[in-house]
Design a protein around this ligand. Structure first.
Ligand code: CUK
Ligand code: CUA
Length: 642
């Protein structure tokens, strides 16, 4: 009986999807009419003026993070994180290659989903933004004084690093979770042995409050469910972390009949302060684990990769009070905590309702030991005992919720393609607006914190269809900006995004701007191959290896005529940009070098490798139009027979 109603429900869902695609043109007319007359004025940022907010939008399968201004939707920068980027030589030059090292070798790609900005006292502080790589599990940190990726840590015992990267309210930890449970440690076993044998791990990566240095503090080994999304507690619930799960059936094949049988899956509530106590008491196991920890050092302008060998692991069955399960209907996806920390919203993606759990009721139920059995020794709290309320019949296919700090929640509905505004405490729906089309995440700047800037919501859509000029079979994905200052939301703007925008993090520009207009000081440059003036430029040979110590300044290279290079040599060009003015980079590129060009910032040193294959005289030149004499910025290398 349960099976049949499940199948009927899915059929209904599928027909909704099909009909929503068929309604594309009808919907479009609706939006044209629905656009407020002063929408243009509200997003217009006059030439020379600055946007009010930064938005960091994940690039999904592009592996990058892009930086937009809001409300204008202007794209400022694409930060390469889990990708090679020819524009910045990221992953091409000798300095940054180690950043993409993993226990599987050099992996210059990943699938980046969830950025989250560091917080102090529960408010976004604009120091760092973290983002997860899903595929080869990693967490990266981007320094918001340089907008460069400065640290990447691999996550062992994990696969499909999806419920990541979210920070606690003083950035004590950035947290990662596994989507795919796997054998831990990995072993060669039959896949149908999944149930009971496969495990999920959630990872608490500590962040040093002064310098941001990350470290794998500990992992908690959980039953073999899929840990999909996560959110930290805040305020009263600070010290807890919440993860949605699906496939609590522990099916090894997620055909609908296998994995969606249970009417309710769980939100795992993890008491990480308790975990810290258990770690202090030595209640952990040390497990062997291979994972890379890569750090970019600003002084030496160079990354180093270290391979780590073990990790501390806690087992909830041996640590009472560490983990509880909150039953949550219909395969929950998003897991969102409101600014007060009292409400935990679980969005069942096969549901029309949102389930809101109460943190204080959960604590009471724990104190009174009102449990409904356990799963692998983890107590299950009775659904009704922690329930705060239900936002019912709100739409179809709820995914994610954000908050405006004024008592409202905003939830995306993928299947019915809309953003729905509802009231905390009364749980009534007060507004809904269509998205174009099939929205995934949404973002209110500061929406993950105790103090959201409740002015705009940005919806990130999975399907674009007819919204832009067509560009062949591949159509750009898009974001849409809504004004949420009034009772009703108002659609203001569409803008295209890069890759697939899964999630974004936003912050008032004033919290970042003052620190980010920095330059690298030449006198502080400790690169191994720096030259700080033209007296020290030179070419040094060590067997077949040649090191060229070169400088660049408007508008010439020194030296610019290099001889004595032979076919079969491996030539390292170490080039220092001697400029000390803001915004005067120079580029360099060499014919036949497959290492991309280098774009070198004032005061910085970078290195590329060239392995000449043919005798002759070969030019190199500056790739960045730097002065009226940019076209004069060139040189030659003479290559003689071996
Ligand atoms: S997401 Cu990663 S599948 Cu809803 Cu956070 Cu798009
Ligand atoms: Cu330097 Cu163009």
């Amino acid at each position: 009986m349960k099976q049949i109603s499940k199948i009927l429900f899915l059929t209904a869902v599928l027909s909704m999807i099909i009909s929503s695609c068929a309604n594309v043109n009808k919907d479009k007319k609706m939006t044209d009419g629905a656009l407020g007359s002063n929408a243009a004025e509200k997003v217009y940022v006059a030439p020379g003026e600055h946007d009010e907010f930064y938005a960091f939008v994940s690039g999904g399968f592009s592996g990058q993070l892009s930086v937009y201004g809001l409300p204008s939707g202007r794209l400022f920068k694409v930060i390469p994180v889990f990708s090679q980027d020819a524009e910045k030589a990221w992953g091409y030059n000798e300095e940054t290659k180690p950043m993409l090292n993993t226990s599987y070798g050099f992996i210059p790609w990943d699938d980046a989903h969830h950025p989250d900005i560091s917080q102090t006292n529960g408010e976004v502080d604009g120091r760092w933004v973290f983002i997860n790589g899903n595929n080869t599990p990693r967490i990266a940190k981007i320094d918001l004084s340089t907008f460069e990726t400065t640290e990447i840590i691999e996550v062992p015992n994990s696969a499909g690093n999806h419920s990541s990267s979210f920070v606690t309210e003083n950035t004590e930890y950035v947290v990662a979770g596994t989507r795919f449970s796997v054998p831990v440690p990995q072993e060669d076993i039959a896949i149908k042995e999944y149930k009971g044998k496969f495990k999920g791990a959630v990872s608490f990566i500590s962040v040093d409050p002064d310098h941001g240095n990350m470290e794998m503090a500990f992992q908690i080994l959980l039953p073999g469910f899929n840990y999909d999304l996560a959110h930290p507690g805040r305020g009263a619930s600070h010290g807890w972390f919440f993860f949605t799960t699906y496939n609590t059936e522990e099916a090894n094949s997620l055909l609908e009949v296998n994995a969606s049988q249970n009417d309710k899956d769980f939100i795992a509530a993890i008491n990480w302060k308790k975990a810290e106590e258990y770690i202090k008491q030595g209640k952990f196991k040390t497990m062997p684990a291979n994972y890379a920890h890569n750090v970019y050092d600003e002084k030496t302008h160079t990354a180093t990769s270290t391979m780590k060998k073990e990790v501390k692991v806690l087992d909830p069955a041996e640590c009472p009070g560490l983990v509880y399960f909150l039953p949550t209907p219909k395969s929950p996806h998003g897991c969102d905590v409101d600014p007060s920390g009292e409400y935990i919203v679980g969005n069942g993606k096969l549901s029309a309702d949102l389930t809101v759990h109460s943190f204080s009721k959960m604590i009471k139920a724990i104190e009174n030991k009102q449990f409904d059995g356990d799963a692998y020794g983890i107590p299950i709290i009775k659904f009704e005992d922690a329930l705060a309320g239900v936002v019912s019949q709100a739409g179809l296919g709820p995914l994610h919720t954000e908050f405006d700090g004024k008592g409202n929640g905003y939830t995306t509905f993928f299947i019915s393609s809309e953003v729905v505004k509802w009231k905390l405490d009364s749980w009534e729906v007060v507004d809904r607006k269509p998205t174009y089309y099939s929205v995934g995440h949404l973002m209110i700047p500061g929406g993950n914190s105790r103090k959201p800037f409740g002015k705009y919501v940005l919806a990130m859509n999975k399907i674009t269809k007819d919204r832009y000029l067509p560009t062949g079979p591949e159509v750009t994905q898009s974001a849409q900006l809504y004004d949420i200052t009034g009772e009703k939301m108002e659609l203001l703007l569409d803008f295209p995004t890069i890759g697939e925008p899964h999630y974004a993090a936003g912050i008032a520009a004033d919290l970042i701007k003052p620190r980010s207009k920095k330059i690298y000081k030449l006198e502080e440059n400790e690169h191994k191959y720096v030259v700080k003036n033209n007296e020290n430029v030179r070419v040094e040979r060590d067997g077949k290896e040649v090191h060229v110590y070169m400088t660049m300044i408007r508008s010439h290279f020194t030296p610019d005529n290099i001889e004595g290079i032979k076919v079969g040599d491996k030539v390292y060009f170490h080039i220092t940009n001697l400029e000390q003015d803001y915004d005067v980079p120079h580029g360099v590129s060499m014919i036949g070098a497959n290492t991309s060009e280098l774009l070198i910032m004032p005061g910085q040193t970078e290195t590329f490798v060239w392995e000449p294959k043919q005798v002759g005289v070969w030019p190199f030149y500056c790739t960045d139009f730097c002065s009226a004499l940019h076209q004069e910025m060139q040189g030659y290398v003479r290559v003689s027979p071996a």
